[in-house]
Design a protein around this ligand. Structure first.
Ligand code: PLP
Length: 451
């Protein structure tokens, strides 16, 4: 994935913003340097699943270890003199990358799960403190991430809210299908004019099946329809899709930094749009309360007790890594997209199946139909097949079960979600292709795998 050397000045445009890393380069990172940055990966595995846990290059791991040692060497000095300004620096870099208005709008938290808890806890208080009425609604996608669905249940349903799910077709052919289903769900939410839709939770890129959601259009519809607040769950946001939080226009937007942005686990940002006097993140609070309670979400989140904060501090090292690639993060994103589409098309051609979405509805992950003869007939089958591929073919790839719709015969019931990240090679996908071809020619079916 490396590009040819250049002696030109490089202007790294990140979501339309030029980063401070504008400088002269003699050469971009080479293929062998990329492989060396990821040499800690298990080299026996074709890892085509960056989407689940992300990846972190060696130079960033070294920077993190250095910070961990600094803390252990003299914790008091680190706490009093390094931690706060370093977190602020990371926040301000993220603020520029995602085009937030102010650094106060950006908090660093552990992960998208924590960000969801912050937003949903706020919604629960709306019910508990009597600002919302019993039966008021939260809308979310049927394909919302499992843990986020559970959080909605824990915070919203339990507090008296009603949850309406937006049913999405899969395979999906166009973004209009999603927009139309979203409008229907909002209309259900507002039935009789008695209920109010208090919160819409919208994924930017759904996890399983993976599809890029037209978030900007859906946020606009929410505004037109009088939805109180919109939370975008973009666990696969920064480094995977364009993130301009002002342009998207949601109230809250979270993205992991450890999935597609090369940070080590675990760190995410949560953007909370500044509104008037509430300023520093409104009345949101971190669910883990410590000394900074009441000082604004970003400050609260920067100290939630003694722990390892190093993942939050390596953002400058990550940018150094990213800026070794032609076009910086924009270039990485574009090449990952092109490559994953090419690999997806190669696989469906080899297997006589189809993609789960048109290429423009995917970013760095794409859903690839598996041959129907593999007999994937429920969710447990997907896990069994995934383990089988790992253990017998050294391929790591998640699989989705799609129940046949009434009347369908011999339809595709299994889709693999393939990812592409800078370390991937075409051989990784060939190994997956050949493994499936082998299973098919052996007459394998999931029924043959024990539980
Ligand atoms: C859409 C979505 N939301 C939330 C999450 C949770 O992310 P994390 O486990 O980093 O909190 C994921 C993880 O894959 C995801 O895909």
């Amino acid at each position: 994935m490396a590009s040819s050397p250049s002696k030109h000045h490089i202007s790294h445009s990140l979501n339309g913003f030029t980063t401070p890393a504008k400088r002269t380069k003699l050469s971009f990172i080479s293929d062998s340097e990329i492989q060396s940055e990821f040499s800690h990966h298990d080299q026996t595995i074709a890892r085509i699943n960056n989407g689940s846990f992300g990846s972190c290059p060696q130079s960033v791991i070294s920077a993190q270890q250095n910070l961990q040692l600094q803390f252990l060497r003299q914790p008091d000095n680190f706490y009093f003199n390094t931690l706060k300004p370093s977190i602020l620096h990371s926040r301000s870099l993220i603020k520029s990358l995602v085009n937030a208005h102010s650094v106060d709008e950006i908090s660093l938290v552990d992960n998208a799960t924590t960000a969801a808890a912050i937003v949903l806890q706020n919604c629960a208080w709306g019910f508990n403190e009597g600002r919302f009425s019993k039966g008021d609604v939260a809308v979310m996608l049927h394909y919302a991430y499992g843990s986020v669905k559970k959080s909605v249940q824990a915070y919203v349903t339990r507090a008296g809210g009603e949850v309406i799910e937006v049913h999405l077709p899969f395979p999906v052919a166009s973004k209009e299908e999603i927009v139309s289903e979203f409008r229907k769900a909002l209309a259900r939410g507002k039935e009789n004019g008695k209920k109010k839709v208090r919160l819409a939770v919208i994924d930017h890129v759904t996890s399983m099946p993976s599809v890029v959601i037209p978030v900007k259009e859906l946020v606009k519809i929410c505004r037109e329809e009088g939805v109180d607040q919109v939370f975008v769950d973009a666990a696969h946001g920064i480094g995977c899709v364009d993130v301009d939080v002002r342009d998207i226009g949601a109230d809250f937007y979270t993205s992991n930094l450890h999935k597609w942005f090369f940070c080590p686990p675990s760190v995410a940002f949560l953007y909370c749009r500044k509104r008037g006097e509430e300023g520093k993140g409104g009345d949101l609070h971190h669910p883990v309360v410590s000394h900074e309670y009441g000082n604004g979400l970003a400050v609260e989140s920067a100290w939630i007790g003694t722990r390892d904060y190093s993942a939050q501090l390596v953002v400058p090292a990550v940018l150094e890594f990213i800026n070794r690639f032609e076009g910086g993060i924009e270039g990485i994103k574009k090449r990952n997209h092109e490559k994953v589409v090419e690999m997806g098309e190669m696989l469906v051609k080899a297997w006589g199946t189809n993609l789960g979405s048109p290429p423009e509805m995917c970013a760095s992950m794409i859903m690839v139909g598996l041959p129907a003869c593999l007999g994937i007939s429920n969710d447990p089958d997907t896990l069994k097949l995934r383990s089988h591929l790992r253990e017998h073919f050294q391929v790591e790839v998640p699989i989705y079960f799609r129940a046949p719709v009434d009347g369908e015969v011999d339809s595709i019931t299994g889709y693999a979600r393939i990812s592409h990240q800078v370390y991937n090679k075409v051989e990784d996908y060939y190994r997956f292709r050949d493994a499936v071809n082998q299973l098919v020619s052996d007459g394998f079916t999931c029924a043959s795998l024990s539980n």
